[in-house]
Ligand binder design. Structure first.
Ligand code: IMP
Length: 190
């Protein structure tokens, strides 16, 4: 019997559901831009998959610019300070930026990026995110295009990872340590 490469985590959103929703988001973004091509900025690494899927269905094969934002803090606790480590040279002055994010959690990353692009002279800075966890919000950010609102659970797949693992899972799944450990035990016994 073929064995799966990934633990059988619970599927929250299937690949088909995600792709259908991405088509809807592309239509909404196109309408909002009224013919003016936006400057698409991908928050890497996690949003790469979402961004590529969106790029395929948006008209005009728009280039994807990349930014990397990191939170600094002690241990697992974020200080709330977000530092931009890539993306200083995105050609955004006078343009309508659309930030492409995998998931908005506290909202700190998106708020920091919006401040950054406003300072760099962007005409506007909208946000398109595949997922949003509204119950986790600390900073009040306006999200223009939201794929799905989800509960406060740690999710993986569709580009989202845990220490670099599970990005390739095509669905959005809910991480559970016990499921992962059972899978690892079974793999070790084979
Ligand atoms: P925020 O600044 O708290 O909104 O953090 C957003 C970032 O946290 C996302 O771009 C992800 O990298 C990460 N993140 C938050 N929740 C999750 C999750 O459930 N799975 C994977 N990454 C997450």
């Amino acid at each position: 019997m073929a064995t799966s490469a990934f633990p059988p985590f619970r599927v929250l959103l299937s690949r088909d559901q995600i792709l259908r929703r991405i088509h809807e988001l592309a239509r909404a973004i196109t309408e909002a831009m009224r013919g003016e091509p936006p400057c698409l900025v991908v928050v890497i690494e996690g949003a790469r998959t979402f961004a590529r899927q969106l790029q395929k269905v948006l008209p005009g094969q728009l280039p994807l610019h990349e930014v990397r934002a990191s939170s600094y803090g002690s241990g697992t606790v974020s200080s709330g300070e977000v530092r931009l480590t890539l993306g200083q040279d995105v050609p955004c002055a006078g343009r309508d930026v659309v930030l492409l994010e995998d998931i908005v959690d506290t909202g700190r990353t998106i708020a920091a990026l919006q401040r950054h692009f406003a300072q760099k002279g962007a005409r506007s800075c909208r946000v398109a995110t595949l997922l949003s966890k509204p119950s986790r919000r600390v900073v009040d950010v306006a999200l223009d295009f939201v794929g799905f609102e989800i509960p406060d659970e740690f999710v993986l797949g569709c580009g989202m990872d845990l220490d670099g693992r599970y990005r390739e899972i095509p669905d959005v799944v809910v991480y559970e340590k016990s499921v992962e450990m059972a899978f690892q035990r079974a793999a070790a016994a084979r």
